[in-house]
Design a protein around this ligand. Structure first.
Ligand code: NAD
Ligand code: TDX
Length: 348
């Protein structure tokens, strides 16, 4: 039985992970430490709250005393670190919080694990959840990123994640901390905050608002369903080699404009209107330093851990569109005043 500290468990991927883990490992203890920033929403886990194996703690990964207390109180033996500022556009508008949480917060967690874990306990694991964005931008014909691609982060967000990845690596080499790092491509699925491309487009289309495409719309991302990501993290926790990094991706590259058209196609099918939703597409000013292409070679995950994505993109997108259609109350509530201010600043 594991005692897992999930940080950022009230966000998009974290809440999907907590739900996934409690279903697939029902006897484990799960402690969710989340600061409930604009992106954290306790409603994401409202059916889990009553479980005796689950505890929610409202607090920051930067709070060293709190984190040390949790390690001791809960006999934490596994950390899955999702907590982060995660939106590239926000990092361009204001990088400071990204450095605080993504760099200092990860450092605080690493210190707590170093001080709290017995070196002889071989079952402890510190899994750091990172991103493919640390590798920078690919050209059209470049091979996909692998675990050995040199880091070249281009945004304050990706630079802060790269910094945290380096710290995690250093704690293995210097102190022998049993760390694992995953670098994953773009996730999509239920409970994603509607500042990210796919939920933003679904919700804007439902409300008859314009669908903003940055630049020429030809930037490429490699999309993975969030449940496949959760299964990948599980495989790395169970069978990954400590000190190693694992690239997780969908082998599923799409230009932004094609994604938006695909979402529109599903919406037209599910909610036919007078005009096609794609009429709402509008090209807007490009993101500063916008990375052109990301792609992951997930061969190591397949070869060493037997992991592969299960969702096809067509199916995953259709289910995601259906989820947003069926959960209007959820997305209406997450768009509070603070989000409206951000939206105004970003798209005005
Ligand atoms: P998210 O923004 O939806 O959720 C982040 C969560 O972290 C929120 O619940 C927030 O309240 C919490 N948080 C923020 N600062 C905190 C702090 N100081 N202490 C405790 N909790 C704090 O993010 P997400 O999309 O779910 O991403 C989760 C992780 O996965 C991040 O580390 C991100 O870099 C990584 N990642 C995301 C993607 C993606 O496509 N979304 C892809 C690869 C990797
Ligand atoms: O309004 C928009 N219009 C648009 O064209 C938005 C919000 C985005 N875009 C473009 C920018 C990107 O090329 O769509 C693409 C996807 O954008 P985001 O959803 O903001 O994701 P991205 O910047 O690729 O980063 C995501 O994937 C990697 C997550 O937010 C990161 O946390 C993760 O590490």
């Amino acid at each position: 039985m594991k005692h897992i500290l999930v940080t950022g468990g009230s966000g998009f991927i974290g809440s999907n992970f907590v739900r996934y883990w409690m279903q697939s490992h029902p006897s484990d203890r799960v402690v969710n430490l989340d600061a409930l920033t604009y992106a954290g929403n306790p409603e994401n886990l409202k059916n889990i709250d009553d479980s005796p194996n689950y505890r929610f703690v409202h607090g920051s990964i930067c709070d060293a005393d709190l984190v040390a207390k949790l390690f001791e109180e809960e006999k934490i033996d596994t950390v899955v670190n999702f907590a982060a500022e995660s939106h590239v556009d926000r990092s361009i508008l204001g990088p400071e919080e990204f450095i605080k949480t993504n760099v200092n917060g990860t450092f605080t967690l690493l210190e707590a694990a170093r001080n709290g874990w017995d070196k002889d306990n071989t079952s402890c694991r510190f899994l750091h959840v990172s991103t493919d964005e640390v590798y920078g931008s690919l050209g059209a014909n470049d091979p996909a990123f692998t675990e050995t691609t040199p880091f070249a982060p281009n945004s304050p967000y990706s630079a802060s994640k790269a910094s945290s990845d380096h710290l995690v690596r250093a704690y293995f080499h210097t102190y022998g901390l049993p760390v694992l790092t995953t670098n994953c491509s773009n996730n999509y699925g239920p409970y994603q905050f509607p500042e990210k491309l796919i939920p933003l487009v679904i919700i804007n289309a439902l409300e008859g608002k314009l669908l903003p495409i940055y630049g020429d719309g030809k930037n490429i991302r490699d999309w993975l369903h969030v449940e496949d990501h959760c299964r990948g993290i599980d495989a790395v926790i169970q069978n990954g080699v400590v000190g190693e990094t694992y690239s997780i991706g969908g082998c599923n590259e799409w230009t932004n404009i094609d994604i938006v058209k695909l979402v529109c196609k599903h919406l037209d099918k599910l909610m036919p209107g007078d005009s096609p939703k794609s009429d709402l597409i509008t090209y807007v000013k490009d993101r500063l330093g916008h990375d052109r292409r990301y792609a992951i070679n997930a061969g190591k995950m397949k070869r060493e851990l037997g992991w592969e994505p299960r969702f096809t993109f067509e199916d995953g997108i259709e289910k995601t569109v259906q989820w947003y259609l069926g959960n209007q109350e959820w997305w209406e509530r997450v768009r509070d005043g603070a989000y409206r201010d951000y939206y105004q600043q970003q798209y005005s």
